[in-house]
Ligand binder design. Structure first.
Ligand SMILES: [Zn+2]
Length: 379
């Protein structure tokens, strides 16, 4: 046993105990298999199945797990799991194995067919997204899906080409890096936005209590009006280079697609980060929410639906934070007694307007290096 192996054993265990690896060689009879095309969301789920980011899942869910997840937020065996990971098809395939293809029609994986079942889109919407409104982006995608789910173990022989190769790290690799750096307690930070002072503050408050921070931006599909991943990645780079100690922070890409499922996605995001080796996970206000579908604190309250050690990964809840002129520091309603007049507050609309006009927001709101990246992107 190498010392690195010993060190990774000090980290939090993957969900279910073992890190799944569903990568493998293409079968000899690949050309003779029926093909099933995957959407970009399904491809991103498939890639996370391959890497173990969705441990203990080994493939797309069968009916038992699907029903149990929707109704109890647990897999059929009882392990917490909050969102379906399913593959939608038109009809049951003929054979007992099929080739899964990417958007170009190239086979990337083989699935051992275990089950094909009907599902009720509105039921899934209500339980997973807490709404049946088609205007919700996750529900909209669900309603456009094919009518049946195909379940089975997947073996992936062609991984997705990462959008940001320098940030692409599978759970086994982030775990090795944490171990090499001597980190045991690591906090993960999910983000799909540029990081301004408020989020810098809460990541640093969290980091004060643990060994390391993984800034883990989601780089899979997002809504078209979210800031593009390439711009966000440049923001993270300049922020970390200028304001974080290099030996305490890792920026790495999270290849998931956004579902915008709010509370249930917060749980799912936490479980995935546990697989990457994080012992703690930051949950802010309206985590993974969209519009006004979820209450401000719903994504924090949902963690109470699990027993204290059931998830193992520890959520860290944060309030909205701001610069307070009288405190002379970043603060939140928990730590600052002063009225709103003393706080530097800018609405999202105001910030976009300033950046669009080439103006730097106040340094108390945004680091100038980050603002400059955004001004460049808005041109
Ligand atoms: Zn104050």
């Amino acid at each position: 046993m190498t010392s690195a192996t010993t060190a990774t054993e000090r980290l939090i265990k993957p969900h279910g105990g073992e890190l799944v690896d569903r990568t493998g060689a293409a079968p000899d009879d690949l050309a003779s298999l029926e093909t099933v095309p995957l959407t970009s969301r399904e491809l991103s789920d498939l890639d996370m199945l391959a890497s173990g980011a969705l441990s203990p899942l080994e493939g797309f869910m069968g009916k038992d797990d699907y029903d149990s997840v929707l109704e109890t937020m647990r897999l059929a065996g009882g392990l917490p799991w909050s969102l379906p990971v399913c593959l939608a098809v038109d009809a049951a395939p003929q054979g007992d194995r099929v080739a899964l293809t990417n958007e170009a029609g190239t086979p990337v994986a083989v699935l051992e067919v275990e089950d094909v079942f009907d599902y009720d889109r509105e039921r899934e919407a209500e339980l997973a997204y807490r709404t049946t409104e088609a205007a919700h982006p996750g529900v909209e995608r669900l309603y456009a899906q094919k009518p049946r789910y195909l379940a089975g173990k997947a073996t992936v022989f062609e991984r997705l080409v990462p959008q940001f190769p320098e940030l692409a790290r599978d759970p086994a690799e982030t775990r090795r890096i944490f171990a090499d750096r001597g980190w045991k307690r690591v906090v993960g930070f999910q983000t799909r936005n540029p990081i301004h002072r408020a989020h810098e503050y809460l990541t640093k408050v969290a980091l004060e209590t643990v060994d390391g921070l993984m800034i883990h931006p989601l780089v899979g599909d997002t809504k078209s009006d979210d800031v593009p991943a390439a711009t966000r990645v440049r923001c993270y780079d300049v922020l970390v280079a200028n304001y974080y100690p290099a030996d305490r922070v890792l920026v790495s890409a999270f290849p998931a697609a956004m579902r915008y499922a709010g509370p249930r996605e917060a749980i799912w995001h936490a479980i995935c980060r546990k697989n990457y080796g994080c012992s703690h996970f930051i949950v802010g206000r309206d985590h993974a929410g969209v519009g006004s579908y979820y209450g401000t604190y719903d994504a924090q309250l949902i963690f109470d639906e699990f027993e204290p050690h059931e998830l193992d990964i520890e959520p860290m809840f944060f309030e909205h934070s701001f610069w307070c002129k009288r405190c002379g520091s970043m603060a939140s309603a928990k730590t600052c007694p002063h009225p709103a007049d003393d706080h530097v507050f800018l609405s999202g609309t105001k910030v976009r307007e300033m950046l669009g006009n080439g103006e730097l927001p106040p340094v108390e709101f945004s680091r100038p290096e980050v603002a400059e990246v955004l001004i460049e992107a808005y041109k």
